[in-house]
Design a binder for this molecule. Sequence first.
Ligand code: FAD
Length: 305
Amino acid sequence: MENFTGRIEKNFSLKDLTTWKIGGEARYVFFPIDRKDVEIAVSYAKRESLPYFVMGNGSNILAGDQFFDGVIINLKEGLKEKTVVNFFEDEIEIYLGAGNLVPEIIKFLIREELTGLEFLAGIPATLGGLLRMNAGAFDDEIMKFVKKINFYNPQRGFYSLPKEQVRFGYRRLEIDDGTVILGASMILKNGKRDEIKEKISSFIGRRKEKQPLDLPSCGSVFKNPEGSYAGKIIEELGLKGYQVGGAKISEKHANFIVNTGSASAKDVLTLIELIKQKAYLKKGIVLKEEVYYFNINKKVRAMVL
Ligand SMILES: Cc1cc2nc3c(=O)[nH]c(=O)nc-3n(C[C@H](O)[C@H](O)[C@H](O)COP(=O)(O)OP(=O)(O)OC[C@H]3O[C@@H](n4cnc5c(N)ncnc54)[C@H](O)[C@@H]3O)c2cc1C
């Protein structure tokens, strides 16, 4: 592809792009290096009349088992800008590109002695995905720290919006279909290196204690209903350890469905529907998925339902 500086793969398995290790092949995967590459990838898809889908580290995606005849634009190999933009009295404005993975962000925080985003430690995600999902943990969420977000879409081109002009809520940021998040300016505070490191290891320790990190998953499958925890509800339904094919409700944390080796998207969907039905019939609770469905075949979904 002319002028595209990143990597392009053909017939590439989504199993290698999602933390659940589930999914069929995609016709093309573009890994842009910079914003120009993003524009080229989108233009290519448009020109060829192929659907395109934007991904980060695939840690919140259930990808269908069948072929995706389109273009995946995967940001995890590029858009790695990390810069200090402005100093205020006790605050600092930074800019982070959407392709930065959490360990890269954490390294930057430690190097620059910046505090605020330590709660991200241990989430296997890119900044773009964290923003799209308004990811959160330990009573914090990423949108709290955002000043401005940069976007690209084929209708508007490159543009940026201050936080006041974007709509977001619990585990969601509203963006138009086909819009790519390119990066964000964020406001953090000056911190002390040792204290930042200590916070990070304490958060990672708490994750290891509670989460099944030895097997592929997407983290929490369901959003927490107001005033309650999805994991607790699923545990009370007696579903811990329940297995369909290669997909299993974790014994350690009931809101995690782990891939024991050969799980298909259909196995996971079957478990999700079982949990939703039991939660509703036995407790009157409507559980809603946090995980994002991509390329899930309608026929498969109908069979499961
Ligand atoms: C072990 C584990 C622990 C986890 N812990 C947490 C946690 O504590 N808190 C939490 O909130 N989540 C958690 N998650 C879920 C997941 O990591 C988050 O939802 C994360 O924000 C997803 O980021 P990603 O880069 O992997 O995005 P992906 O999974 O690749 O994509 C998620 C969604 O964002 C969209 N997207 C991604 N990048 C962009 C972009 N640049 N522009 C436009 N749209 C984009 C995709 O289209 C998709 O809709 C966990 C997951 C795992 C596996």
